[in-house]
Write a protein that binds this ligand. Structure first.
Ligand code: SAM
Ligand code: SF4
Length: 336
């Protein structure tokens, strides 16, 4: 066995990194109000990793023990020739799980090819079931296109589909139960994500718009009692999942404010420009693009850079809505 396969990614707090979230682009066809400013500056294309470079990064992480990769962005499915990368990653023998997070706009076309290339599970964002409101929240999105994408994903036979919803007070907080009913009708899971203070937005005051997981859970429990499931996928992920008595759909809550999950963290992110981010809520990072494009670039130097970066992983994030956001990069630049 080659020597590098014995290497593991372990940080200073004894957390083993087994999960990579790889952002394939910071661009998006939507401009969701909590994720982006209306007028965004995107990374100039030469600074974005090529598909070949993204594939090398993924391979290096898999060599170092990563078993799960999530493709994200920006909107991963608008990256030109994205299926080429998906097929390459889907064929990596040591990768147990290839998953993707998408806004659903391209799924009518791509759901079946993604499934055939080995994507097992898919997360699709959906914040409103009302066309006008969906448009306001995404600024550019069409609800009908996304619903058709969700239906295409349901037909494509993924192992699991999870809808992700961000609820903002005064915007879509009256749709919590409608979203639950929709998830039940499609027999898919639904996770509610508390809004995180990533990037400075003018559009709304995050401190006033936060809908806490506890509050959402109370509303849902009035109609459907929820039974805690622990960690069903064994991924120690931040989503706390619950079952309903009479449905295969599960309800999840991702609560970076009300439930700190940093001690369980098993993941790192790589941005579209090749910045290895050790924590969603901190700026600690290493520049992998420099290594990939350096004079002595090789799989070995790439793996060495990744191993060395593990010492930078901070203990936890400190999201605090009373203060200005400490993190000035937006979610689309982070790899959500
Ligand atoms: N474009 C894809 C999508 O929307 O699913 C993938 C990238 S997006 C950044 C990933 C997830 O992050 C989405 O579910 C989105 O709702 C969530 N997200 C974006 N900005 C956020 C924020 N400030 N706080 C919490 N979640 C956010
Ligand atoms: Fe695009 Fe996803 Fe951000 Fe919405 S949440 S703007 S779909 S990257």
């Amino acid at each position: 066995m080659p020597e590098h396969r014995q290497q593991e990614l372990v940080d200073r707090f004894d957390r083993r990194v087994e999960y990579l979230r790889l952002s394939v682009t910071d661009r998006c066809d939507f401009r969701c109000v909590y994720c982006m400013a209306e007028d965004m500056q995107f990374v100039p294309k030469p600074q974005v990793l090529s598909l070949e470079e993204l594939s090398q990064v993924a391979e290096a992480f898999v060599n170092l023990g990563v078993r799960k990769i999530r493709l994200t962005g920006g909107e991963p499915l608008i990256r030109h020739n994205i299926m080429q990368l998906v097929e390459q990653l889907g064929a990596l023998p040591d990768l147990d799980e290839l998953v993707i997070t998408t806004n659903g706009s391209q799924l009518q076309r791509l759901a079946t090819p993604l499934r055939e290339a080995g994507v097992g599970r898919i997360n699709i964002s959906l914040d409103s079931l009302q066309p006008r409101r969906f448009r306001q929240l995404t600024r550019t999105g069409h609800l009908a296109q996304v619903i058709a994408g969700i239906d295409a994903a349901c037909a494509a036979g993924f192992e699991r589909i999870r809808l992700n919803a961000v609820i903002l007070l005064g915007r879509n907080d009256d749709e919590t139960l409608d979203l639950v009913e929709f998830a039940r009708s499609r027999q898919v899971d639904l996770a509610f994500i508390e809004e995180m203070p990533l990037g400075r937005i003018e559009e709304h005051d995050r401190a006033l718009s936060l809908a806490s997981s506890d509050w959402l859970q109370e509303q849902i429990e009035q109609r459907y009692p929820l039974r805690p499931l622990g960690d069903p996928e064994g991924t120690a992920g931040p989503a706390r999942m619950f079952a309903m008595e009479d449905s295969v759909s599960r309800i999840g809550f991702i609560s970076p404010h009300s439930n700190n999950f940093c001690h369980l963290c098993n993941r790192v992110r790589v941005t579209a420009e090749g910045r290895l981010l050790l924590c969603l809520g901190n700026e600690h990072s290493a520049d992998l693009r420099q290594v990939l494009r350096g004079a002595d670039a090789s799989m070995t130097t790439l793996e060495e850079a990744i191993v060395a970066a593990m010492d930078l992983k901070p203990e936890r994030h400190w999201f605090d809505l009373e203060d200005e956001p400490q993190i000035l990069r937006f979610m689309n630049a982070t790899g959500g």
